[in-house]
Design a protein. Structure first.
Length: 243
């Protein structure tokens, strides 16, 4: 265990009100690609820019094309929680983590055992009929071709926040409140460049801001501890998760 991880372990051991805020980098170690890295989804060539495909207007106007991309590039039903997810769930069991705030839609935090998960961008595991509101699991999307339809005939939409759509006010409010009241804020696997989600960090007024990310972020100069290592390895070692 290196010096920075030892510092992190000491902070975790002595804290009882920790909040974790994470992004795509938390799930890359589960085999889910991120968006903005050199090899990320946004830097690969597609028929349309991903930001266009993953927009509300594109979903409405080109629903079948949206689903073609969405099934191929956004859904990873075989992905499993990695050490980062497992470590955070363990910290919750120990009464230390009060909330996990995530920008991811893969549901891996909940699968790992975390119960107070605030999903800023929704979840790919939930899919709602736009007509009657019936909820369907991810299998409904994976096992159909073209546009998935409800038994009522309505179009089914993933319960994820697309471009041009606003974030859920209730979830944002709960996330802001959790960060404001936290003694320790751990931010991991995110560039902190996506707003309004990244702006939640501004609600933290404590003196134990920990950043675990392989690249620089706009908030580095506010951090009390910066770790550039694997987030799974770092949290796993600090919490004592076996290999």
């Amino acid at each position: 265990m290196n010096t920075d991880t030892q510092k992190l372990k000491s902070i975790l051991d002595s804290s009882e009100n920790i909040v974790f805020f994470g992004g795509a980098g938390v799930s890359t170690e589960s085999g889910i690609p991120d968006f903005r890295s050199v090899d990320g989804l946004y830097n690969k060539k597609h028929k349309y820019p991903p930001e266009t495909i993953l927009s509300h207007s594109f979903f409405i106007e080109h629903t079948e094309e949206f689903y073609r991309f969405y099934r191929e590039k956004m859904l990873y039903p075989d992905a499993k929680p990695n050490k980062a997810h497992i470590a955070l769930a363990e910290l919750e069991k120990r009464g230390k983590i009060k909330a996990v705030i995530t920008q991811n839609v893969d549901g891996l935090h909940s699968e790992a055992g975390s119960t107070n998960v605030l999903e800023l961008h929704g979840s790919a595991l939930r899919n709602l009929c736009m007509t009657c509101g019936e909820c369907y699991p991810i299998e409904k999307i994976l096992q159909t071709e073209g546009i998935p339809l409800c038994t009522c005939g309505g179009v089914i939409k993933p319960d994820v926040v697309l471009y041009e759509e606003g974030l859920d006010y209730s979830v944002m409010s709960r996330a802001a409140n959790a960060i404001y009241n936290a003694d320790v804020l751990i931010v991991g696997g995110t560039s902190l460049n996506v707003y309004p989600a990244a702006g939640l960090i501004n609600h933290y007024g404590g003196n134990k801001l920990i950043l675990i990310n392989k690249s620089e972020t706009p908030y580095d100069h506010y951090a009390d501890l910066i770790i550039r290592e694997s987030i799974g390895l770092t949290l796993g070692e600090a919490v004592g998760i076996e290999a």
